[in-house]
Design a protein around this ligand. Structure first.
Ligand SMILES: NC(=O)c1ccc[n+]([C@@H]2O[C@H](COP(=O)([O-])OP(=O)(O)OC[C@H]3O[C@@H](n4cnc5c(N)ncnc54)[C@H](OP(=O)(O)O)[C@@H]3O)[C@@H](O)[C@H]2O)c1
Length: 260
């Protein structure tokens, strides 16, 4: 752990990001926690700091506006905080057919799930490369591996995250920086419960707890795994999507999308 002192986690105010914050805290890392909800971040920072005797810096930030990643990066440099592990977890979902989608929501989704993640990575790997060590953890989804009718923009954004993460993992292979793309399946968080059309059709055994996912994702990142898929059922689903002809996978996802 000694090399990897400080971890920045985006979307740390709830859900998977909060569970990751707990997991990193438990393992002795100092934290920088980013999300929009200042009150939640302050409370979490106080609790984790006291419970694990670590330094926790809450940084309320909206990652959607253009230029927010650079503002955040500059602010941390001014605070003289060095980031050893970057966790790009913040994300949003939109469950709607494309032609019924609110375009502002759709654009915000692409800004947060794609642009912000790329900019954050681009900025924070610079100092990591100079030091010769660091880790990037990007949260994608099992949706990265298959078409996702009725949440097409979300699925495509996660396919982007997987492709991007694998590419930069290769680019930085010999640099001392590892890149881990965490691909959760359905996970019991507000994101899932707000996707009402989707949530009611998902059997309980397929839903993971964010705490369990965070613990396994932490281990995968520490072991420098490039792709981490949680739960056997998700691994099987991904294998199915990879090995069956595309038209079958498309047809099956299209069939299930009729119920959402
Ligand atoms: N839950 C699942 O089933 C599932 C499955 C696969 C992948 N994932 C991925 O896992 C990640 C976390 O999802 P989750 O389920 O934990 O979602 P969640 O409970 O909705 O949490 C999302 C987090 O992102 C933050 N966030 C949202 N918009 C933001 C913005 N504009 N700027 C900064 N922070 C922002 C939220 O905090 P504020 O509202 O305070 O800003 C919150 O902390 C996402 O990338 C998601 O796509 C989730």
């Amino acid at each position: 752990m000694s090399l990897y002192k400080t971890t920045l986690i985006t979307g740390a105010s709830q859900g998977i990001g909060l569970s990751l914050a707990n997991e990193f805290a438990k393992n002795g890392h100092d934290l920088v926690l980013v999300a929009r909800s200042e009150d939640k971040l302050l409370k979490i920072a106080q609790n984790l700091g006291a419970q694990y005797d670590i330094k926790v810096t809450p940084l309320p930030f909206d990652l959607i506006p253009t230029g927010s990643a650079i503002k955040l990066f500059t602010q941390l440099a001014e605070m003289e905080i060095t980031i050893d592990i970057l966790v790009n977890n913040a994300g949003m979902m939109q469950v709607e057919k494309l032609y019924e989608s609110d375009m502002d929501v759709m654009n915000n989704l692409m800004q947060l799930n794609i642009n912000s993640l790329v900019n954050m990575t681009r900025l924070f790997v610079g100092p990591m490369l100079s030091r010769g060590y660091g880790k990037v953890i990007n949260v994608a989804s099992i949706a990265s591996f298959m078409p996702t009718p009725t949440f097409s923009v979300y699925g495509a954004s996660k396919a982007f995250v997987l492709s991007f993460s694998e590419s930069i993992a290769e680019e930085m292979k010999d640099s001392g920086i590892s890149v881990t793309c965490v691909c959760p399946g359905f996970t019991q968080t507000d994101m899932l419960s707000h996707a009402e059309g989707l949530e009611k059709y998902i059997p309980t055994f397929l839903k993971a707890s964010p705490e369990g996912l965070a613990a396994d994702a932490y281990k995968a990142a520490m072991n420098n795994e490039v792709i981490f898929i949680d739960k056997l059922a998700n691994k099987m689903l991904v294998q199915w999507a990879k090995h069956y002809p595309r038209w079958i996978v498309r047809g099956v996802t299209g069939f299930f999308s009729r119920f959402t």
